[in-house]
Design a protein around this ligand. Sequence first.
Ligand code: SAM
Ligand code: F3S
Length: 453
Amino acid sequence: MSKLLIKTFGCQMNEYDSSKMADVLKASHGYELTSDPEAADLVLLNTCSVREKASEKVFSELGRLKEWKDAKPGRLVGVGGCVASQEGDAIARRAPAVDLVFGPQTLHRLPQLLDQARRTLKPAVDIRFPEIEKFDHLPEPRKEGPTAFVSIMEGCSKYCTFCIVPYTRGEEVSRPLDDVLAEVDSLVSQGVREVTLLGQNVNAYQGAMADGSNCDLALLIHILARFDGLGRIRFTTSHPAHFTDALIDTYASQPKLAGVLHLPVQSGSDRILGMMKRGYTRAEFLAKIARLRALRPDIALSSDFIVGFPSESDADFEATMELIEAARFDSAYSFVYSPRPGTPAANLRDGVPPEVKQARLERLQAHIRDFGIAYTERLIGTTQTVLVEKASRWGNGQLAGKTHCNRWLNFDGSEQLIGHFADVRVEEVLTNSLRGSFVALAAGETLASGVSA
Ligand code: SAM
Ligand code: F3S
């Protein structure tokens, strides 16, 4: 049996795409996944080009893969994702070990590319953006546990001045509503209890409906909430400019929507937000957060920040720190700005010294860490509803479930609870998880044995 190893760099969209690559190649060529390079016949790198470091990693990895490939005849190497999309043929020229080059929108064509590369003994390249055709050519989704990702849109049309994504993943294209519903229906009938709706800007979702109109994210959440077996809905990533009142209201009206939100703000300075072409001001962002907090006071908010954008002054950075104070994010992804070739910001003069950027980043991260710790500590003594996903990885007979705010909560309980929502009292905060004790099955839950809440 042929074995496939996939190495994924970057975001959740790439994680999702990697799982689809595995599905496609299993269905077409019977490939089984492995994590052992010695056992593998095909290695795929699913790459990220959002920051320079991520792109450079790919080429050093390809250098190592040349030796791996030369060690055994018949081994093949493929490069997918955003670096592939950006570089195209140039990858195969720069790294001769490469046999397949495909973009985020052409991963469904992997079987044909593989056959072509084997037949011609030349690199097979396809990095087009064929309008969402990808989803029509993927095998039926398979349940891999009680939670699943469902991609509802592809690409991004925001063109923030620092970002490469619109060029590597193409413009925003939404999947038709019926396609999304069919995928969720299939997952729920296999026992999935929680879905995360995925896209670069999920709240720009405009899924075509049978009557010719479009469905937005708020409506989609309401429709999905009607699936009986589905207990929790999440989405990521959303853009502040599209964070509509209808979506904010959904947090009040739809209890199945998890009380968690990842809303990348990037900066707290209006001058920098303007240069980034983000399409909102600091005050507009904070007003949306305030409305949301009024409806869901316990919401866990996270964000993305770019520190050291060209010309960022001390005052601009202090404005970001003040925004963090006001918004009380409980976690964030934050990075020093990395110029990406081909983006408008790459041409801006950047006078901020690297050590200043690094010091700002460390201050920002420490501040958010403090908010995160405070949020977690407030959970002690509360009862949280968790979706029980598995036996705890500590192998101590405990179960592990996720809270609405994405914390792992471990507790003693019967394995029958896996795949069910349970109420658990939080007793202790550990470094990366919580510990608690089982209170009851969540309202409306029934175990296979017939026991209910
Ligand atoms: N759709 C999201 C939004 O509303 O901003 C962001 C998606 S982007 C692929 C993920 C994150 O990567 C961004 O939020 C940003 O913080 C970071 N990022 C993108 N380009 C970057 C760059 N040139 N340098 C540093 N970080 C960058
Ligand atoms: Fe990138 Fe801005 Fe879109 S950060 S993914 S261009 S919203």
